[in-house]
Design a protein around this ligand. Structure first.
Ligand code: B12
Ligand code: SF4
Ligand code: SF4
Length: 437
C-alpha cells in the first residue's frame, strides 16, 4: 500500500486526458488493449485480460438456480441488479479489463485444532492452543483491505487510459461488491477456470487470487486466448474432489455449487445473528473466513505462486488473541479493523466468533473469560454463544462458572440466552455433579 492508495472513489467516474497520448497509429482498439495490459501489469496486478461486455448467459441461469434453492441465505444483495450484464453497471460500456491480484500465503500459521474435542471424549488436551488462545483469520484478510488497494489501482488505470486514448472516458471499477458475476467473467477472460470449489483457479497462481474489473466506454480489442497447455474449463479438476470432502461444514451440495448458509466465511462474516448450533463446532477456531477448500487444492501447491503479498500481514490479525477479541471495546475495534477487510464484520460479530472459537479450543483457560462475557457483555448474541461455549467446555467448569450459568439460566433478560445456559448446564451435569438436577 502506498501513500497514493487512499480510499478509492465509488461508482462511475469520468476522466479527462492529462498528458501525452499514444501516437495516432497506435490509438486503435489493438494498440489501446496492449497499452492497457502493460499499464495494469505495471500497477502490480498479476494477470490481466480484456473482454467485451456481452452478458454472461450461463451465469444468469446458474445464479437464478442458486437463489431459488435458498443457497444465498441472507445475502439479499445477490438478488439485486443484473449481475450477468456489465452494461447495467456502466451504460455504454464497451470493454472490461479483468485483473487478478495474488494475495499469497499472507503469513503461514500452523492452524489450531479444527474441531472441538467432544464433551464425551476422555482425553481433552489441557492446553490446545499454545501459550495464548489464538484464532484464525482467512489469508486474504490478514493485511490491508484488498478492496481499497485494487480499486485505487483500477481508477489509476482508467485515468491513464483517458490520457493514452486522448479522450474523455467513463469508467467503473468493481472489486467484489458490485453486482457482477466476477468469477465467471474472469473464466471467460481466459484467466483461469472455476474449480469444484467454485473458486477461480489461475494456472501457476492457484486460487489465492482476488478479482477486479475496470469497465470502460472505450473500445479495447479482446485479449487473445491464453496459450495454456491445460484446458481451462470446468473439467480441469478431473477426478479430484479434495475441497468438497475437506469442507468442515459440508457446504457443497454438489460440485461447483456452494450453499453459502453453511460456509464458514458466511457464518463468521456475513451472518450477524445466531450461528446454527450444528455448525458451531466445525467452525473450529476460525473467527473471520475460512481457507480449507483452498488449503487442500492441488493447484495451490505450485512453486510459482507468490508467497507474500502487497497487502502485508498485520501482527494482530495473523493469529488473533481470542480473549482480547471477546473483550473487544469500541475504540480497539475501530483500530483493529481500520483499512482491513475485517471492517465487514461488526464488533458483536467478532465477539460472537471469539466465543465460539474459545468453546472449540478445548482449553480450560477459556472458561474464565467466557464466564465474564456471559455475565457482563451487553449483547445477547455474545452472551448466548458464550453460554454455548461454556457447555462445550463442560469438563473444565468450576463452581464459579456453573453458578454464573445458573444465574444466567434464571435471570438473563433474553429468553434465547436463558435457554442456551440451561442447555450448557445440562451438558455440565452430564459430565460432573456440579450442576443442579
Ligand atoms: C457472495 C460471495 C460469497 C458468499 C457465497 C460464495 C458463493 N460460492 O457463491 C460467501 C460469503 C460464502 C463467500 C465466501 C468466500 N469468498 Co466470496 N464472494 C461472493 C461474491 C460477492 C458473489 C459470488 C456470487 O455471485 N455467488 C453466486 C454464485 C451463483 O456465483 P458463483 O459463485 O460465481 O458461481 C458460479 C459457479 O458456482 C458456477 N456454477 C454454478 N452452478 C454450476 C453447475 C455446474 C454443473 C457448473 C459446471 C458450474 C456451476 O457458475 C456460477 C456462475 O458463474 C463474489 C464477488 C462477485 N461480485 O462475484 C465474492 C468472491 C467470489 N469471493 C471471494 C473469496 C476470496 C471468498 C473466500 C475464499 C473468502 C474466505 N477465505 O473466507 C470464500 C470462498 C468460499 C467458496 N468456496 O466459494 C473471491 C473469489 C476469488 C477466487 N479466486 O475465486 C470473490 C470473487 C471476490 C473477489 N473480488 O475476489 N463469498
Ligand atoms: S470456505 Fe471453508 S466452509 Fe466455505 S466452502 Fe470453503 S472449506 Fe467450506
Ligand atoms: S481441490 Fe480438487 S476439486 Fe477442488 S477445486 Fe481444487 S482441484 Fe478442483
Amino acid at each position: 500500500m502506498t501513500a497514493d492508495d487512499a480510499e478509492a472513489p465509488l461508482g462511475i467516474e469520468v476522466f479527462e486526458p492529462a498528458g501525452v497520448g499514444l501516437p495516432p497509429e497506435d490509438c486503435t482498439p489493438e494498440g489501446l488493449s496492449r497499452a492497457a495490459t502493460a499499464e495494469a501489469l505495471s500497477l502490480g496486478f498479476n494477470r490481466v485480460s480484456i473482454v467485451d461486455a456481452t452478458p454472461l448467459e450461463a451465469g444468469r441461469t446458474r445464479l437464478r438456480a442458486f437463489l431459488e434453492r435458498g443457497y444465498a441465505g441472507s445475502l439479499s444483495y445477490l438478488e439485486e441488479g443484473e449481475r450477468h450484464d456489465p452494461s447495467t453497471l456502466l451504460p455504454g460500456v464497451k470493454s472490461l479489463v479483468v485483473v487478478l491480484f495474488a494475495h499469497g500465503d499472507a503469513g503461514e500459521v500452523s492452524p489450531a485444532p479444527d474441531h472441538a474435542p467432544r464433551v464425551a471424549d476422555a482425553a481433552i488436551p489441557e492446553a490446545g492452543l499454545g501459550p495464548d488462545l489464538r484464532g484464525q483469520i482467512a489469508r486474504y484478510a490478514r493485511g490491508t483491505d484488498y478492496h481499497i488497494l485494487m480499486k485505487t489501482r483500477l481508477f489509476k488505470l482508467g485515468r491513464r487510459l483517458a490520457t493514452l486514448a486522448g479522450r474523455t472516458v467513463r469508467v467503473r471499477a468493481c472489486v467484489d461488491t458490485a453486482p457482477l458475476l466476477e468469477r465467471e467473467l474472469a473464466a471467460r477472460a481466459g484467466l483461469g477456470f472455476q474449480g469444484k470449489s467454485s473458486l477461480l483457479i489461475a494456472p501457476g497462481l492457484g486460487s489465492y487470487v482476488l478479482l477486479g474489473e475496470l469497465l470502460i466506454d472505450l473500445e479495447l480489442a479482446p485479449s487473445p486466448p491464453p496459450e495454456s497447455p491445460r484446458k481451462l474449463d470446468f473439467s480441469a479438476c478431473g477426478s479430484c474432489r479434495a475441497c468438497l470432502d475437506a469442507c468442515p461444514t459440508q457446504a457443497f451440495p454438489s460440485e461447483y455449487v456452494l450453499d453459502a448458509r453453511r460456509c464458514i466465511s458466511y457464518l463468521t462474516i456475513e451472518q450477524d445473528g445466531v450461528i446454527p448450533e450444528e455448525l458451531r463446532r466445525p467452525i473450529g477456531t476460525r473467527v473471520f473466513g475460512c481457507d480449507v477448500c483452498q488449503e487442500v487444492c492441488p493447484f495451490n501447491a505450485s512453486k510459482s505462486r507468490p508467497s507474500s503479498s502487497e497487502l502485508g500481514v498485520r501482527e494482530a490479525l495473523l493469529a488473533p488473541d481470542l480473549v482480547r477479541l471477546l473483550n473487544l471495546g469500541s475504540a480497539p475495534y475501530r483500530t483493529l479493523v481500520k483499512r482491513t477487510a475485517l471492517r465487514r464484520a461488526s464488533r458483536a460479530t467478532l465477539q460472537r466468533n471469539a466465543a465460539v472459537a474459545l468453546g472449540n479450543s478445548g482449553d480450560p483457560r477459556a472458561v474464565a473469560p467466557l464466564v465474564r462475557a456471559l455475565v457482563e457483555n451487553e449483547r445477547a448474541l455474545v452472551r448466548l454463544h458464550a453460554a454455548w461455549a461454556l457447555g462445550e467446555l463442560a469438563p473444565h467448569l468450576d463452581e464459579a462458572a456453573v453458578s454464573a450459568l445458573i444465574q444466567c439460566a434464571d435471570a438473563d433478560p433474553d429468553a434465547a440466552v436463558r435457554a442456551e445456559a440451561r442447555s450448557a448446564l445440562t451438558r455440565a451435569n452430564a459430565v460432573t455433579d456440579l450442576a443442579p438436577s
